[in-house]
Design a protein around this ligand. Structure first.
Ligand SMILES: C[S@@+](CC[C@H](N)C(=O)[O-])C[C@H]1O[C@@H](n2cnc3c(N)ncnc32)[C@H](O)[C@@H]1O
Length: 225
């Protein structure tokens, strides 16, 4: 699968998947897009609304570069919350490509070693990455994900766009995500496609339209009551 490194407008790298003609993040800024969509509009909102939940179970569709995991680790450290992070990935990246990605420099020095740690740890097992963060990476497609023993407070839905991977954005996979969420749970994604929002409603989410990252018109947050 040919994938190459690209520098986005905020100086952070992303990856370009040639076979899909698709990047892993916005070219306007991978770091800032991820921070906005997943941390500020997802994790931070859940924490503000549920301040007594000090152990947060987080699920990600599409581990990719691991940027969302490292941003979440930072949030956990700063807020003294414990995050159990489970992330699935259909196509884990080769180590030499990961080693070329420049995300560590966007984090304070004490957190930078965690960048290597989240990539070096083995798949399919849970690892204590920091005093506030555990990580379980599962090399599996969302379509093939078995029922998990765990339910989650927040889902980062970070698959490739619906026009590249429509099957991931349709009712069966959204129903699976809905079933993974606890009451008060949130699903956040950069996507704002109309049919996707309709399908979220069909499986029982309340749907919020939010301003998108870096000038994008819209993003989506789904809520479970
Ligand atoms: C938009 S990228 C985002 C990745 C990651 N969150 C990041 O910040 O680097 C989408 C990711 O979903 C992964 N993916 C593709 N198909 C998938 C599937 N069926 N199930 C789970 N992950 C999938 C891709 O390999 C890619 O890593």
């Amino acid at each position: 699968m040919p994938i190459r490194l690209v520098t986005t407008e905020d100086g952070s790298h992303t990856l370009y998947a040639e076979h899909l003609n698709e990047t892993y993040h916005s070219l306007k800024g991978a770091y800032h897009e991820s921070l906005y969509v997943y941390i500020q509009k997802g994790l931070e909102v859940f924490h503000e609304e549920n301040p007594h939940t000090t152990i947060i179970h987080l699920f990600e569709v599409g581990f990719g570069t691991g940027l969302n995991a490292l941003l979440s680790l930072q949030f956990a450290e700063e807020h003294h919350l414990y995050i159990h992070y489970t992330s699935i990935e259909a196509y884990p990246l080769p180590a030499d490509l990961v080693a070329a990605i420049n995300y560590a420099q966007f984090f304070p020095a004490p957190l930078q070693p965690y960048w290597s740690a989240i990539h070096a740890c083995s798949w399919e097992e849970q690892h204590e990455i920091s005093p506030f963060f555990s990580l379980k990476k599962l090399a599996v497609k969302l379509e093939d994900l078995p029922v998990l023993p765990q339910e989650f407070h927040v889902i980062y839905f970070d698959a490739f766009a619906p026009n590249k991977q429509s099957e991931l954005w349709e009712v069966p996979q959204l129903q699976k995500c809905k079933n993974l969420l606890l009451p008060n749970g949130l699903l956040v994604t950069y996507c704002a496609k109309r049919q996707f929002k309709e399908d979220l409603k069909t499986v029982g989410f309340e749907v919020e339209k939010l301003a998108g990252a870096l000038g994008k018109k819209e993003m989506t947050r789904g809520r479970v009551k």
